[in-house]
Design a protein around this ligand. Structure first.
Ligand code: UFG
Length: 323
């Protein structure tokens, strides 16, 4: 297939492109490089620099590429920032994304796969979380992702655009050449690794008084290449709708910290901090629908494999992409 990847220079996008190219597909990346990196675009892919706010640019890129499928990763991802500047999130992650949607319809793109998030569920009542859980986002980031899912559902019903929204839990790990290097970094695993590398004084644990076995928050870490596999399957499938993607396993913040110590062989300071507002105690995915419907088979089952791949990438790229 020829696959058009909006946001292919970001963390998950770049890893996914490498996977698609390794599987023998042709890839065109469209990215504004606001948060992504030119070095994160696989040299085997075509690169088109452009912003989703520019309808003419995205429409021309899709028309020229004539893709067999489109994956949309291009979005802002900072939950905390979305609470401070909600319109930034609604403008980019919803309004600008309408241009992509319209261009996909105009050019009869056969399938659109959308990068969604567990944040659409807010503070879920039932664990593991299945797709039938009520969607009640508690921040503009999750709200904007849910709004775009609903826009896609209407575009499907009224304009016939086939789509699949994939709700990731905590994406982690690295592909062979690409990894996680956000500016600024706010995600647990890369932050713990910065502490292990001596790039930060210590790692803060946000809350040790949760109702969990060790008192710290539990998350479902899913390898970025398992996410990539699901995107390809979703492009190839007739299924339209939303699916959860997670490992189904929960790991506490303290378990992640210990795993980084073990994998890196380095020790570092840990500081206990108050809870971070808006953090649910436990988030674990029920991904049985993705397995059943798409035939998705995650290959990286343990936290150790996930942390090891992230650590290996950092060892090979000590300066991230800024070299
Ligand atoms: N944490 C710390 N210390 C840190 C950073 C994080 O203790 O320095 C904790 C958080 O409080 C949380 C856990 O580590 O309990 C994981 O935090 P992340 O920020 O890595 O990830 P989140 O679970 O908050 O967010 C992830 C995605 C979001 C998505 C959300 C869905 O990064 O994009 O899941 O609920 F919205």
């Amino acid at each position: 297939m020829h696959i058009f990847v909006a946001g292919g220079a970001g963390y998950i996008g770049s890893c996914c492109c490498e996977y698609l190219l390794d599987q023998g597909h042709q890839v065109s990346v469209f990215d504004a490089l606001l948060t992504g990196y030119r070095q994160a675009v696989d040299p085997r892919a075509e690169f088109i620099e452009g912003n989703l706010s520019d309808y003419a640019a995205i429409e021309a890129a899709i028309r020229k590429t004539r893709p067999d499928g489109l994956i949309h990763f291009a979005a802002f991802i900072e939950v905390g920032e979305s609470m401070l500047d909600p319109l930034k999130y609604f403008r980019n992650n919803v309004a600008n994304a309408l241009n992509l949607c319209q261009a996909a319809v105009e050019n009869q793109v056969p399938k659109l796969v959308f990068s969604s998030t567990a944040a659409v569920y807010g503070m879920p009542e039932s664990i593991p979380v299945s797709e039938t859980e009520p969607t009640v986002p508690i921040n503009p980031y999750g709200e904007a992702k849910l709004m775009f899912e609903r826009i896609l559902a209407w575009q499907h019903r009224l304009k016939g655009l086939p789509y699949c929204a994939l709700r990731y839990f905590n994406a982690a790990g690295a592909s062979r050449s690409y990894g996680e290097a956000h500016r600024p970094e706010s995600h647990l695993i890369p932050l713990v690794m910065e502490a292990a590398e001596g790039k930060r004084e210590c790692i803060s644990i946000f809350g040790e008084d949760y109702n969990t076995p060790d008192g710290t928050c539990i998350r479902d870490y899913i390898h970025v290449l398992d996410l990539a596999q699901a995107h390809l399957l979703a492009l190839q499938s007739d299924f339209c709708g939303s699916l959860n993607l997670g490992s189904g396993l929960g790991h506490s913040v303290k378990e992640v910290v210990e795993m980084v110590r073990q994998v890196s062989g380095r020790d570092f300071a840990v500081r206990s901090q108050p809870r971070r507002p808006g953090d649910p105690a436990r988030l674990i995915a029920d991904s049985s629908a993705a397995k059943r419907i798409l035939g998705w088979k995650p290959a990286y089952e343990s936290l150790e494999q996930i942390v090891q791949s992230a650590w290996d990438w950092r060892c090979k790229n000590p300066k991230g992409y800024s070299h």
